[in-house]
Design a protein around this ligand. Sequence first.
Ligand code: C5P
Length: 229
Amino acid sequence: MTSSASSIPVVTIDGPAASGKGTLAAGLAATLGFHLLDSGIFYRMVGWKALESGVPLTDEATLIRLAVGLRPRFDGEAVWLDGREVSRTLRQQEVGTAASKVAALEGVRAALLHAQRMARRLPGLVADGRDMGTVVFPDAACKIFITAGVEARAQRRHKQLIEKGLPSNITTLLQEIGERDARDAGRDVAPLKAAPDALKIDTTTLDAPAVLAQALTYCRSRLDDFAVC
Ligand code: C5P
C-alpha cells in the first residue's frame, strides 16, 4: 500500500453471516459520506460463476482464473457481470454457500485482494466482510466486529430474502448459516475473527439505529485525526 493510501481513513466491519454488517456499513457510509465496499460480493461472484459454468468448488486453479477475470460493473445497488444484472442472483442462499466454499481457498483470496484494496478512495471507505480489519485493511482507523445469536441472524436473513421476493425456508437457513459460520471461522486462511483492536458489538437485542449510534460514537472518536467527520 502506498503512503497516500494509508492516509485515507477506513472503517472495517467484520462479523458472521446476517449479523447486520451490511446495514451498519451502509448507515455509516451514508452518515460519514464515505465509499462502501461489500467485500462478500467478490466471493459471491466467483461462487456464482463457478456454479454457472460447472466448475467444482474445490478446483482452485480454475477458481483463481475466474477471480482474476472478474470484470464487475457497479451501478448504485446494481451489479453487472458478463453483461447481466446479477444483484438478486448473487444474494441467493446457494450462492452464499458457494462463496463461503471458494473463500476458503488461499489462491482465490489472494486474487481478490487487490480489487478490494482499490476501493480505498477519498474521502474514506467503510468496508464490510470477514477479514477487513485483520487482513485487507489492518491499518484501518476504526474496526468493528459485530455478532448476534444464530437464531436472530436466521430470522433477519429470512425477512431480507422474503422482502426481496427470493425463496427462503427458516429451517434450511438456520442450518446453512450454522455451517457457513463453522466454515468461515474454521478455515486456515483469513478466518472470521475479531481484530484485537476491534470494538465488539453484540446486535442480538439491538435494532439497526441503536447499533449505528454506538458505532458512530466510536468511529467519530477514532477518525478525529483525519478531520473528515
Ligand atoms: O458477506 P457475505 O454473506 O456476502 O459473504 C459471502 C461469503 O463470502 C462468506 O460466507 C464468506 O465465506 C466469504 N467472505 C470472506 N471474506 C470476506 C467477505 C466474504 O471470506 N471479506
